[in-house]
Structure formats: structure tokens, C-alpha cells
Ligand binder design. Sequence first.
Ligand SMILES: Nc1ncnc2c1ncn2[C@@H]1O[C@H](COP(=O)(O)OP(=O)(O)OP(=O)(O)O)[C@@H](O)[C@H]1O
Ligand SMILES: [Mg+2]
Length: 335
Amino acid sequence: MDEPSAAGREAGDTGDAERCAPGQAETSVIVTRGLTKRYRGGQLAVDGLDLTVPAGSVFGFLGPNGSGKTTTIRMLMGLIEPTAGTAGVLGRPMPRAARAVLPQVGALIEGPALYGFLSGRDNLLRYDAADPTADPRTRRVRVAAALDRVGLTAAAGKKAKAYSLGMKQRLGLAAALLQPRRLLVLDEPTNGLDPQGMREIRTLIRELAADGTTVFLSSHLLDEIEQVCTHAAVMARGRLVTQGAVADLAAGARGRLVVTTPDPAEAARVLKEQGVGDVIADGDRISGEPPARDLAEVNAALVAAGVRVRGFTLVRASLEDAFVALTGEGFDVAG
Ligand SMILES: Nc1ncnc2c1ncn2[C@@H]1O[C@H](COP(=O)(O)OP(=O)(O)OP(=O)(O)O)[C@@H](O)[C@H]1O
Ligand SMILES: [Mg+2]
């Protein structure tokens, strides 16, 4: 339900963001404070989430299965009530301002609802017809453009029940793209797509971002987030682990030192002596966390100890390294 206009809001203008988050408004399209969801069964799915999504960003919401991504998105879209905390989308409180906010947001949430007996095109026509702001005269053009954008033109006449998972996902995305939006919220948009399809969706997301749409997408695939996102937040077990610019997040992890040598045992000993942490030997490849000291000294120490060094490299940290560094655990499903 919308909030009353008596609250000092100008009728007809639903866009400006300064209303529920002064100071942050123009630059953030999603702001949550202490956002929490405990399901009826007692499961704490989202725990005190403070999320800030900058306008114009491609924001990756990253976390393993069960970490609370979909639950957060459902709260952002006003589909479920938070147990505690607040969620602001486009500067308005959710779920209270859902009626004003949702027309400006394209959303794809786990398993788009489709009529299996209708073709992909007819599903979109129906979807468009349900939007009271959509001009019926331009409906067919809009639907054709959306089908084209997601690469479904050739399959548009096929019944949706005969669609593959990836095709259904594309159709859900097409529905979110029927209207120009200020914000797109996509829950695992590449779920079920083959590598080629994933590439196409990534390109599409970049194009949308270039047009000025903020894109918020969830994923459990770290490299996908690295490839397409400017910013990211990392979730683990319902809690925010970190958020920020992707480049900064990866830079926060130091990368790993990798030494290749036919003398692995001796190399491991020397590296430990030199302050290299978490030394792991795998055949002739020894890796570890680089110490604070100059790596030239570490290399010299290896050589001085008679270790025959074939390779000595610092492997750039990925977002996955950052995740492991931050949580002390791998990117696995919470139990
Ligand atoms: N309707 C529900 N009732 C009770 N518990 C739920 C419900 N939906 C989700 N949960 C639980 O809340 C936690 C978070 O689930 P959620 O679906 O938000 O995770 P997710 O990050 O989207 O996972 P995935 O990557 O698998 O989609 C999980 O432990 C899940 O079992
Ligand atoms: Mg999910």
C-alpha cells in the first residue's frame, strides 16, 4: 500500500530519492538499515542487513545457497514484511510505498510465474496488459523489442511449458524489460543458462547499465559478479560480510604467492621461516599468503637454502580470495 500523501509528499512524483534517506538519496537507490527476516519456523534468514546500492551501479549480491539473497530481494520488492529494520527503494520505504515504487522497478525473482499453455510472446502480452501504465497501442512493439533483447524472437511462438529453464529465465527477464526502469532487480538472472547464454545476459546487463539503469543482481557465482559488477555485497548465513566497489573488495585480499620447485619440502620450510602463512604443498607447487616483507628477500632466502626455484609468482586475489579471507571459510552452503 502507498503511504498517505498527507505525509508531505507531492502527488504524482514518485521518483526522487531524498525522502527516506536524507543525504544519501540522490546517490543510492537501495538503502536498508538493520533489515532482518525471521521466518515463522524460526529460521533467521537475514540478520541486521545494512545495504547501500549506489545509483548507476551494477551491484552484485553475492552469497552461497541459503545465505539470504532471495529473502532480502523479496523484502526489497515488498513481497514479504521484514521482521525488523527498514528497506528503502528509490528513496521510498518498502513495503509501504510499493505501489509508487514498483512501476519503476523491473524484477526477476526465482522462477518467474508463467502460463505454460501460452506462448512466450502471449505471456509477455498478458504481462504487459496487467500494467495499467502500459499503452495498449504499442504493446506488440514493446513485447517484440523485449523478446529481441533477450534472444527469444525465434522461440516466441513456442508454448512456455516447452521452454527450457534458460528460456524461461530469458522470458522472465524480458518481462522485467518491457518498460524502461530506473532499477532492475534480478535474482540469479543467469540461473539455468549455458555459457553462451550467460555471456549474452552479461552483455545485456552492461548495456542496460550504460543506459543509466541501476542493476541489482544476486548470484552465487563469484566470477560472474567479478565480470559484470561495479559493486558487490557479500552475504554469509544471513549477514553482510562486506560491500563496496568490486576492485576494492578484491584488493582487500592479498593474493597468493606461488612457488614452483623440484624441492617442495625444503621450499615449504623456508617459506614458513620467511613468514609465509597458510603454506600448502601440491606436488611441485607450493603456495601461501605472502608476508609483509619484500618478496625479493623471500626469493633470495629460497635460493640461499639451495631450493631450485622454477617459478615465483604472486597470483592476483579474486573476489573468492576476498570472501575466504573475510569469512575464514570456503564458498559453501551453510548447514
Ligand atoms: N519461506 C520460508 N520459510 C522458512 N525458511 C525459509 C523460507 N525461505 C527461505 N528460508 C530459509 O532462509 C534461508 C535463506 O534462504 P534464501 O532463499 O533467502 O537464500 P538464497 O541466498 O536466496 O539461496 P539460493 O542461492 O539457494 O537461492 C535458508 O536457510 C532457507 O532455508
Ligand atoms: Mg535465492
